[in-house]
Design a protein around this ligand. Structure first.
Ligand SMILES: NC(=O)C1=CN([C@@H]2O[C@H](COP(=O)(O)OP(=O)(O)OC[C@H]3O[C@@H](n4cnc5c(N)ncnc54)[C@H](OP(=O)(O)O)[C@@H]3O)[C@@H](O)[C@H]2O)C=CC1
Ligand SMILES: O=C([O-])CC(=O)C(=O)O
Length: 267
């Protein structure tokens, strides 16, 4: 059985815990919450058969088999880097954090010192296997468009571009590089960063973000061209009720990745 520590217990974290409850090979022992949010998180976990212990930092003597981040960009610096230094393998969903200059190199150095690994999860998108394989032969272009219902762009710079409550048609709120998208939209452009890191890099991947009042889905579309040929994919994700910014597939992506570490056959 794998002993897991989970960072963050919001929309993704709670849904992952629900799905893992009956897996005898995976056990989340600790959940790391933001300081001051411990009681709230304990309440969220009250109905679980064996709720994980809620802490604000990994105890010095704790040695989980895996640490999985489901919290947000700041958690990478705060929890993932120190865990890697301690030799704990980490899985992360907040891939957009790697858009900060130098962070990729710091994560690699921490993992090398800890003799461990960091795994960037596909989250709300698919096709990362094909895109990163295509990169081996050389890519010419990768274009990504993220389209979400208008409410998913609340409390983002999109509010300065248009009135999200008043728009009656799909409106482009951002065009630029994946690096800039991930910086400006930390809760909405992790997919842009993931596609970039698998493909052409954060500065050469072109990103368009759209607020669409007529859509109920988070639609991720990308097109890649290169020596391998061409590849186009459109994924229409259902948003989580607990957080309309986040697609349900992100939860399943975490559960799949953890299962692949624990089960005899991985796919
Ligand atoms: N790769 C992908 O495809 C996707 C990635 N994501 C990433 O996943 C993150 C989480 O998504 P979601 O669960 O929907 O968001 P929620 O806001 O519902 O939950 C995040 C939880 O993490 C907690 N948290 C935030 N920072 C820290 C920290 N430093 N240490 C411990 N806990 C922390 C928050 O607590 P509090 O509010 O009390 O700080 C909150 O309870 C997003 O911010 C985004 O970066 C999301 C969707 C798709
Ligand atoms: O969940 C999604 O649809 C994608 C998302 O928020 C992100 O890319 O950060």
């Amino acid at each position: 059985m794998l002993n897991i520590t989970m960072i963050g217990c919001g929309a993704i974290g709670v849904a992952v815990l629900e799905l893992l409850e009956n897996d005898p090979q995976l056990r989340v022992e600790h959940v790391i919450a933001s300081a001051g949010s411990e009681t709230l998180v304990e309440q969220r976990l009250a109905s679980f058969k064996r709720p994980p212990q809620v802490l604000t930092a990994l105890p010095a003597d704790a040695r989980p088999d895996l640490l999985v981040e489901c919290a947000g960009h700041k958690a990478i610096e705060e929890h993932v880097l120190p865990a890697l230094e301690r030799g704990i393998a980490c899985l992360i969903v907040s891939v957009g954090a790697l858009s900060e200059l130098g962070l990729v190199e710091r994560l690699e150095a921490a993992a090398a010192r800890g003799n461990t690994r960091i795994e960037l999860l596909p989250g709300a998108i698919g096709g990362i296997d094909a895109l990163s394989a295509a990169k081996v032969g050389g890519l010419d272009s990768v274009d990504y468009t993220g389209r979400k219902p208008a409410r998913a762009w609340k409390n983002t710079p999109g509010e300065q571009v248009c009135d999200l409550d008043a728009i009656d048609q799909a409106t482009v709120i951002f065009e630029g590089s994946a690096r800039e998208a991930a910086r400006l939209y930390p809760k909405n452009a992790n997919v842009a960063a993931t596609l970039s890191l698998a493909g052409l890099g954060l500065d050469r991947t072109r990103v368009t973000l759209i607020a669409d009042p007529l859509s109920e889905e988070n639609v991720h579309h990308f097109e890649a061209r290169g020596a391998f040929g061409g590849f186009e994919m459109s994924l229409r994700g259902k948003p989580l009720q607990a957080n309309p910014k986040t697609s349900a597939l992100t939860v399943y992506s975490v559960v799949r990745a953890l299962g692949n570490h624990a089960h005899a056959i991985s796919i």
